[in-house]
Design a protein. Structure first.
Length: 194
C-alpha cells in the first residue's frame, strides 16, 4: 500500500508506505550523497524531475524540479516507489547512520552551546522533540536542534520543510513563540537548511 499526502511546500510531496523504510532521517539534496548511501534515492535522482529525496520512518518526501507539474509526475513516482519497496530493494546502505553521526560531529551539529547553557539546551531539545518534530514529520519534513548562543536557537530544516514558503511562518509564529514562552532565555529561532 502506498498513498500520497500534500505537504505545506508546493514543491514537495510525501509518499507514505505501510512499511518501515528507515528508522531515522535521511535527507538527500544531491545525487552524490545518494550515490554513496541510498540505492532508493539514487534510483529516484535518475528521474529528471526529482530534486531532493527525504526518507524517514515509513515515508519518502520527494521535492521536484520547478519546471514539472505534480499532475504529470505524481503517479509515475508513486508506481516507481511502490514497485521498489515491494521488490524489497535496499533503501539505505549499512553504516549510513554512523557516517551521518560522524559528519554531524565534525560539523558540530547539536554541540554548539556553552557548558552554562547545557540545562537550557536539554529543555529546548526536549520541547522540539516532543511538540515540534511530530507535527513537522506529518508534513513530510524534519527539524533538528543545531545550536544555542546568546538567546538564539538555530535549527536545521530537512525534507519538505527545506525551502518551504510556510516554514518561516511556522518557525517564527509557532516554534519561536513556544520556545520563548517555555524558555524565557530564548530570544529568537533561526533556521538553516539541512
Amino acid at each position: 500500500m502506498l498513498y500520497t499526502e500534500q505537504t505545506p511546500n508546493p514543491e514537495s510531496l510525501k509518499y507514505v508506505t505501510n512499511r518501515m523504510l528507515y528508522k531515522g532521517t535521511a535527507d538527500f539534496r544531491t545525487p552524490d550523497l545518494a550515490l554513496e548511501w541510498s540505492p532508493l534515492a539514487t534510483a529516484l535522482f535518475d528521474l529528471p524531475y526529482v530534486k531532493g529525496v527525504y526518507i524517514c520512518n515509513n515515508f519518502v518526501t520527494i521535492s521536484k524540479e520547478l519546471n514539472y507539474a505534480w499532475e504529470d509526475i505524481m503517479l509515475p513516482l508513486k508506481e516507481f516507489i511502490k514497485a521498489y519497496v515491494e521488490d524489497g530493494k535496499k533503501i539505505l546502505n549499512d553504516g549510513f547512520e554512523a557516517a551521518m553521526a560522524e559528519l554531524e560531529k565534525e560539523r558540530g551539529v547539536g554541540l554548539e552551546y556553552s557548558e552554562d547553557d547545557a540545562v537550557l539546551v536539554k529543555k529546548i531539545i526536549e520541547l522540539i522533540d516532543t511538540y515540534v518534530k511530530p507535527a513537522v514529520e506529518m508534513d513530510g519534513g524534519n527539524i533538528e536542534f543545531k545550536s544555542f548562543k546568546e538567546g538564539v536557537v538555530s535549527v536545521v530544516l530537512q525534507g519538505s520543510c527545506s525551502g518551504c514558503p510556510s516554514s518561516t511562518v511556522t518557525l517564527k509564529s509557532g516554534i519561536e513563540g513556544m520556545l520563548k514562552r517555555m524558555v524565557p532565555q530564548v530570544t529568537e529561532v533561526v533556521a538553516e537548511m539541512g
